[in-house]
Design a binder for this molecule. Structure first.
Ligand SMILES: NC(=O)c1ccc[n+]([C@@H]2O[C@H](COP(=O)([O-])OP(=O)(O)OC[C@H]3O[C@@H](n4cnc5c(N)ncnc54)[C@H](O)[C@@H]3O)[C@@H](O)[C@H]2O)c1
Length: 315
């Protein structure tokens, strides 16, 4: 495995919505960053955005304002991919979501990077492994998928393809941790990965509700912000069902004429969630009362913040 401690320089290609902020995150973590785009105008704009992002982070004590000039100076912008790729052991492309363009960039990676360089893609929806399989050796290709805005969202998805080597995955997981992010690692590749896959179901349903005249945009957002918006940051979508009770989930499902084998087998084993001490999660010796108290305190803190700061109004 490439020694992560020896990695000092990285390359980001594409300085748009995602790329500029990803470059910033690496620079904040003290990496020397080459940021490449098509023209100087885009690069200048990216640097302006990075400076303004850093000032906002400083307002929230997430960055020392005295460090800002240093962070900026570690980002070298350029339009010369060949030169910027030289000696890099990790490169990430964040160019437009266009298959031919991704292939073009990977051809350039194949030409300019060493045979060991980790080739990462920030693609949200393309099967990067299929797209580049004839261009590079897939064992060092990985999807490293960031969320907007990268300088704020704490996690980054790490998606190995079927032929990505364990070494490559381990390296990208270690790198993600090193820059202070939480790696969300999938066991295998599916399009849209975890977060966008779930987001797609939500989006499809909200458009259906609007199209069928069930509710307008503001009512849908108010409904979500005042319910799921309070619960999900604390319990996620899976543990939420441990609180609902997996027998209840099973009943709802069978009323609809469906079944969920994962839930059925848990119910059969009396793993109903919090009320039996085990569901998708194990609750050890904690009593139901203690678990509910813990949850409620967290919900109340969350609610207090939201009521005070947003009143659930649109931005
Ligand atoms: N926008 C998001 O919220 C988001 C979130 C996660 C992932 N992504 C993914 O990140 C990637 C980039 O998205 P974005 O929103 O930052 O796009 P964007 O359009 O804001 O930026 C893309 C940048 O790539 C540059 N570019 C195009 N061709 C190039 C080339 N040959 N060499 C160098 N630079 C080139 C463009 O000039 C542009 O600045 C896409 O794959 C997208 O799916 C986007």
């Amino acid at each position: 495995m490439i020694n992560i401690e020896k990695l000092k320089e990285i390359l980001v290609v594409g300085a748009g919505t995602m790329g500029h902020s990803i470059a910033q995150v690496f620079s904040q973590a003290r990496f020397q960053v080459d940021l490449v785009d098509l023209n100087q105008k885009k690069l200048n704009h990216a640097l302006e955005l990075i400076e303004s992002n850093l000032k906002i982070l400083a307002e929230f004590n997430k960055v020392d304002p005295n460090r800002i000039p240093n962070i900026l100076s570690r980002i070298r912008v350029s339009t010369d991919l060949a030169q910027a790729a030289e000696d890099k052991m990790y490169v990430l492309e964040a160019v437009n979501e266009v298959p031919e363009l991704k292939q073009k960039i990977f051809k350039e990676f194949a030409e300019y990077c060493s045979a060991e360089t980790i080739l990462a893609s920030n693609t949200s929806s393309l099967d990067i492994f299929k797209l580049v399989k004839r261009i590079v050796n897939l064992d060092r290709v990985i999807a490293h998928h960031w969320f907007s805005p990268p300088h704020i969202i704490p996690s980054v998805e790490v998606i190995p393809g079927r032929r990505t080597s364990q070494e490559t995955t381990d390296f990208v997981v270690a790198l993600t941790k090193k820059i202070g992010k939480i790696p969300i690692v999938t066991k295998k590749f599916i399009p849209s990965y975890i977060v966008n896959k779930i987001q797609e179901s939500i989006s499809a349903t909200m458009y259906e509700l609007m199209a069928r005249g069930v509710a307008d945009a503001e009512m849908i957002d108010l409904a979500i912000k005042t319910t799921l918006g309070i619960r999900l940051p604390i319990v996620g979508v899976v543990q939420l069902h441990d609180f609902t009770g997996l027998d209840v989930v099973q009943n709802v499902q069978s009323e609809k004429g469906g079944s969920l084998p994962i839930v059925d087998s848990k119910v059969q084993n009396n793993e109903l969630g919090v009320k039996t001490g085990k569901g998708f999660y194990e609750y050890g010796d904690l009593s139901e009362k203690k678990i509910l108290n813990k949850r409620d305190r967290l919900y109340l803190q969350q609610l207090e913040f939201l009521e005070k700061k947003t009143k659930f109004d649109p931005i």
